[in-house]
Design a protein around this ligand. Structure first.
Ligand SMILES: NC(=O)c1ccc[n+]([C@@H]2O[C@H](COP(=O)([O-])OP(=O)(O)OC[C@H]3O[C@@H](n4cnc5c(N)ncnc54)[C@H](OP(=O)(O)O)[C@@H]3O)[C@@H](O)[C@H]2O)c1
Length: 337
């Protein structure tokens, strides 16, 4: 039986959810794919675990000091690196070094954090192309909502004319609360923070940056657009007033924070901003914590996907969907781990 050795970098909420789910699915990988998938290493910022025979959950609360960093992960021999550390788009964050190490060595990688992909997405793709490694990014672009996969698998061969995404569940919840329950932005935000689904510092969501990061990754990984963050015009929802809400209600329109890519010849224009939809538009019905994407193509018409859970378990499941695609592709190439 073929084996695949997995390392997880970043062992917080998502990293731990990935580890637990991966262990629970080992028999699925054996039965369905004929692959013995072993979790051989995990690490946080300063500590980690390594066992070539495979880790189990009982050891997750006893991380060992000094088992962290790209050199540590390289030394484990893992053939798939799943990166779920902190996101920093200015520097690429720790994820950039882990992903670079993995891809340069021809190991496949799955990114969950966005920072490295926003900072260096096209360069990472080039490294992967050069070494024949695969870099998958579902967790960083909507996670349980299929975005990259919709483009990569379902719409393959079409020309994408444009796409719209409601890609940030927090702002969608806030707008929904303001429109349907008459609460103000501050009150809705306090509610979301108390429920644990808005950041303590909500500016990245409210100012549209989280949507911009996802849009950029989607453009560069799904559409080969080679955009930088400077190419994305970004406006958020922080300036919305009670008068705006009243106007949209009287006009029968529903506001959403939208990331939009529009094909202009052989490039894409990218913007993030508030848009309103009539009530008969499917995007008007994306409520609460849901996200959505609508893609317009030349030959398959328009497609809309709505939903997908947003919590760490769902993000973990998206990363492991990427893992299954990697393992399946290896099998079809007849390549061992
Ligand atoms: N939460 C979600 O549902 C969700 C959805 C999509 C994407 N994401 C992204 O997934 C990533 C992880 O999210 P999370 O909620 O799991 O965050 P988290 O709970 O804060 O965990 C972050 C982890 O990264 C580790 N870390 C920090 N510096 C590191 C380094 N240099 N090397 C290795 N590990 C390092 C931290 O270790 P220490 O504990 O030692 O500091 C911690 O284990 C973030 O980038 C987030 O944006 C999350």
């Amino acid at each position: 039986m073929q084996t695949s050795q997995i390392a997880i970098t970043g062992f917080g909420r998502v990293g731990r959810a990935i580890a637990a789910m991966l262990l629970a699915r080992r028999s699925r990988y054996r039965d369905l794919l004929g692959v013995d998938v072993r979790l051989v290493a995990v690490c946080g910022s300063r500590s980690g675990l390594f066992d070539p025979a495979g880790l189990d959950e009982a050891r997750f609360d006893a991380l060992e000091e000094d088992l962290s960093g790209p050199d540590f992960v390289a030394s484990t021999g893992a053939d798939v690196v799943i990166e779920a550390g902190p996101s920093d788009h200015r520097t690429g964050g720790p994820g950039l070094a882990y992903l670079t190490m993995a891809l340069e060595a021809g190991r496949d990688a799955i990114a969950v954090s966005k920072g490295a992909l926003v900072h260096s997405g096209p360069r990472l793709r080039e490294i992967a192309r050069g070494t024949g490694a695969t870099l998958k990014v579902s967790g960083a672009t909507g996670a349980a909502l299929p975005t990259i996969d919709l483009l990569d698998y379902n719409l393959r061969g079409t020309t994408v004319l444009g796409l719209e995404g409601i890609l940030n569940a927090t702002t969608n919840f806030l707008l929904d609360a303001m429109m349907t329950r008459g609460v103000g932005l501050a009150e809705a935000l306090a509610e979301a923070q108390a429920g644990g689904f808005a950041e303590r510092d909500p500016r990245g969501d409210l100012e549209g940056w989280d949507t911009a990061y996802k849009l950029l990754i989607l453009a560069n990984f799904g559409l080969d657009a080679r955009l930088t963050l400077d190419d994305v015009a970004v406006e958020g929802i922080a300036a919305i007033t009670a008068d705006d809400i009243a106007t949209w209600q009287s006009e029968g329109r529903v506001p959403k924070l939208v990331g939009r890519l529009t094909r202009e010849g052989d490039r894409f224009a990218a913007r993030v901003g508030l848009e309103t939809f009539t009530r008969n538009d499917p995007l008007a019905h994306v409520s609460g914590h849901d996200k959505a994407i609508r893609v317009a193509t030349d030959t398959m018409g328009e497609l809309v996907a709505i939903g997908g859970a947003s919590e760490p378990t769902a993000t973990a499941a998206a990363a492991l969907k990427d893992l299954e695609h990697i393992l399946t592709a290896r099998l079809s190439r007849g390549r061992a781990g």
